[in-house]
Structure formats: structure tokens, C-alpha cells
Design a binder for this molecule. Sequence first.
Ligand code: HEM
Length: 392
Amino acid sequence: MTTFLEDVPASVMDEDPYPIFERLRKEAPVAYYPGTDQWFIARWDDNMRVGTDAENFGPSQWTVAGVGPSVLSASGEQHRWIRKGIDPLLRQRPIHEYAHQHARPLVASYLDQLAPRGEAELTSEFFELISARIVGDVLGLHGIDDETRQRWFLAIADWLNQGSIGNVEVSSELTATLDELDSALEELVAEVTKKPDGTLLSTMVHAVPDGAAPKTYEELAGSIRIIIAGGFQEPGHAAASILYGLLSNPDQYADLVASDGKLVQAAVHEGLRWLPPFSSTERVTLREVEIGGVVLPKNTELCLLIASANYDESRWENPSRYDLHRPMQAHCSFGFGVHMCAGNALGRQMEHILLEELPRRLPNLRLNPDREAKTSGFLMRGVKSLSVLWDA
Ligand code: HEM
């Protein structure tokens, strides 16, 4: 079945896929996209059904070409054991403690350094750095500076983003970055193998069935790269999106500031719905299945359009508007089912802290009228440039 999607080039998907998503939800909610050889799933109900049904839909393997086998491409027992190494440290309670003892003072000190300037491009000069710092510290990247962490995650995230629109070729620059990352991480993994230290690297290495040897760097490399690419990028880019939503609606930003923290949860929730930083995810059919009236054979690649599901008109009125006062209901920005984001508690906590500290430390925060914000990306979509002013 052919649809208007056949004529949509990758560049349009990267620049602004939202008008395409709107048309898909209306005209062709399950549609083939030749650019990536995937079926796009546009509506909320179909995304939820596919994402939560691990019997009929398994993980896609497309990311293996760039990052290697990982938690994202694993299934069954193998997937469960990787998650056993990741999940305990990232649960609500340990994250709450970590956030208040470590993350909040870090956010405060980074913002206090910026404060005298009165202006900044916040995405690259603050959000990406603080996100890589906080999540990298949980991971256990001792001795790796912020700029290196930022360079690493941007290189992998860029490949994932390009791959999501069909450009899966691995460049020599990415290979060089992965080599550099591997040699640093191999050393850190060797250290925690000998001496467990409570970091995520350490828990990942030692989460094995009784009597089995600790996991090697080679076994964990793909999952570590996914955490670096996604875990470092998403909280930072989500924060940029949330803040952009607020600052482009100054009345709403004023409401947030006046609420003395009471509207922070709503502002974060709405920002994650409005512009999810990881805006699609993939599955593959494990047998012939019917979705939205379309019968798809076994081994069909599916792209779950999180960003489109979050705008489904059957759930949200005027979905393209950022509105922190809209009734809160579940979005799917952290994904689905067994592959649901392992870092969702940490991600949410970081957004809360950032939204609490920003108005306190950068008074009268506003968009810089001379430098327009720039949003791009298909899979890794975000406000990549966010120039702001405040009263120094
Ligand atoms: C606002 C922040 C974040 C957002 C919006 C986000 C979103 C997502 C999404 C959409 C997925 C794919 C789920 C699926 O395929 O159904 C995912 C997977 C994942 N995320 Fe996050 N993420 C965030 C932060 C983090 C952080 C901070 C970490 C790590 C510390 C992390 C670790 C992971 C891991 C390990 C997976 C793979 C899960 C699996 O396949 O089992 N994420 N994330």
C-alpha cells in the first residue's frame, strides 16, 4: 500500500516531522516508509499495543551496526540480566537521594558560574554538560571531563539520529570516537571488576547468574554506549525543550516562577510530551500480525512514533501547544513495556531540579530575541540551540 510518505525525503523528517505525523494520524496511521524500510505507527493506541506486547513484537536490530549488541537490541533472559545490572541503582529511592546530595549542588554550581554572564546558548553551554556530568557520574566515568563526555554522546547520538532516517553508514570519525571511548571504558570496567564501587558500571559488571563470571567490557560495550548516547543526551535536551516551551509562552513561565515549585511537575510532564528527546523507537514483528487493519508479515520493521502518539488528538486537545495547565495524563516519552527507559526516574528528577534552580539563579530568564532557537532531529529531536538572556 503506497501513501504520501513515499515522497517524503529524509531531510524533511529531520527538519520537522510533525506535519507528517499529523497527516499520518488522520490518513495512514500504519504506513510504509521506504526511506528506512519500516512501517510507521502513528496513533497512540497502536503504539501502546505494539510497545507493550513482547509476545508478538521484539526489539529491532538496526542499532547494532553502529553501537553493537545492547540492552536495546536484546530480548528474553539476556535482556533481563542486562536490566538487572542497570535497574536497582536507578530506582526512585536511590535516585532521589543521589539527586539531592549530588545532582542539585552540581546544578547550582554550574548555574552560579554562568550567572554573571547574563546570556548563554543554554543547550550546549549548560544542559548538555550538566546532563553528561550527572548521568556520567552515576555511570562511574571518573576522570573523564565534561567536554569529552559531551563529544562522545553527541557523536553516538548523531549516528543514531542519522540512522533513524536511513543513513546508517558508520563514519571514520565515529569509529575513532568509539575507539577512544572503548579504551577509557575498558580501563574503568577492569577497575570495578576487581573492586566493585557501587557505580552503574560496577552493578552492570556484577549482575550475573550465581557462579557465572562478571561481565566483560566487550559484553557490555553496546549497552554502555546506549547509556552514554541516550542517557546523557535526553535529560539535557528534554530540559532545553521544556524551557523553550515555557519561555516561548512567557505567561506560563511567569506562572511557574510564581507557583514556588508547585507547577514544576506539570511543566516537566508537559515538556516531555510536547517535544520528546527520543522521539521514536523500533520493534520487529515476531509473527504475522494485524495492526490498525494492516496485516504485516513476520520480521517487519516497525517505527513507533512516540512524538506522534503524544499528539494523538483523541487524547490531547490542540496537541502542538505547550500548555502546562492542561490535565496531566500519561505520555509515552519513556517508551514501552520491557524496554521502557531504565533512566526515567533519574531523567525526571533532573528536569525537576533544573526547573527549580533555573529561575532562582538566572533571574528574569527570557529568550534572546536576536538568536532564534533551533530545533532538529528525527530520533534525537531537540532544541539544539537555545539562546537566552537574564539579569546578571
Ligand atoms: C528525559 C530523559 C530520558 C528520556 C525521555 C528517555 C527516553 C527513552 C526511550 C524512549 C527509550 C526507548 C524505550 C523503548 O524502546 O520502548 C529509552 C531507553 C533506555 N534509556 Fe532512556 N531516556 C531518558 C533518560 C535516560 C537516562 C538518564 C538513562 C541512564 C542512566 C537512560 C537509560 C536508558 C536505557 C538503558 C534504555 C534501554 C532500555 C531497554 O532497552 O531495556 N535513559 N529511553
